[in-house]
Design a protein around this ligand. Sequence first.
Ligand SMILES: [Zn+2]
Length: 392
Amino acid sequence: MESVNQLVLRDINSGSILRTIRDHAPISRADIGERLGLAPSTISVITKELQERNLIRECGRASSTAGRRRVLLEINPSGGHFICADLSGSQLNVAVLDLSFHLVQSWDLPMAGRRGDALYDYLRNALHVARDWCGERKLVVFNIGIATPGLVEPGTGTVLEADNLSWYEFQLQERLQQEFDCPVWVENDTNTAAYGEYRYGYGKDQHVANLMYVTIGTGIGAGLILNGQMYAGSAGMAGEIGHVVVAMDGPVCVCGNRGCVESIASAQALVRDYRTMVKSPAEVDVTIDEIIDLAEAGDPVARSLVERAGRAIGLAVGSQVNILNLHSVLFGGLAYRGTLLLQSIRKAIDAAVLPNLREQLDVREASLGPRAALVGTASLSLDRMMKGFTSA
Ligand SMILES: [Zn+2]
């Protein structure tokens, strides 16, 4: 019989082997052994086990000049699934993702102003629909991941404060955990989107270790990847770029301070200022999308507002680039609409960043679009599964 230590060691090795296959597939058993410094017999036993659990599969043979060609391994995409939900937009997006983070099924559900407990019930029901969908197809669900706006307590997944959802000290992770028969994780939406971009979007081909993902919309927030890890800060509050003060005597912000980026560049701020400046009753109902379209079309008022928003965002981001020596800054949300906003941001970053840092800096649109948070949640779920392999 194996000792507890042997079992623990085997789980640690299983996690390391899975991670190596995820990061370097297609890869042979011998190459895995070389990378991890593990004996061929250990690799052979564990990869057999992982194959029996359908987590990995063989995918051809390596080309070789001499001897037997080595069998290559990769993650088996359909070996397990994650159910992920994203509460960051105007819809509740729920999806089933496989081990290669493809969306195999998704539900885009209107939030219709639901908040508090009503929103929780709506989310729980949607997750049950997804769970049943997986059950009918006999799919193995490893865990459920939720990406929510607001401040999330690291570890407990309690939503400490999410004004838009009316969740305060809301024990989301614990409540869902009691409801479902698999682990549940709750994370901040911007952090998960940053992680999704890092692992499976922009960062997949770029091999960068330090990046910031900024989303621009109702709020302006950032997710940070530092040294290849998601950085949430000591209380989960890192990345509050929307509340960096950029105008000493600027407008009062929702946080109570004056001149924060959000007080100038959020969707609401742009709509508010456009209405004030135009004063025409016909334009009272203008939406943020219309303002951006007007700006793109050359409307002088809309253009000046969008450019000012870009300057505010760029100034705040530039200071973070100077502090953290970031390699890349990716923009999502409103930055996807048109080109003027991102151009203005870029110009302001260039003006604020030290010349040496500017040369290395890459500023661009994020690559995963509105699915970034779902993909990030699934990739965090896989990381967690590999870490606590025993419970998978
Ligand atoms: Zn503020």
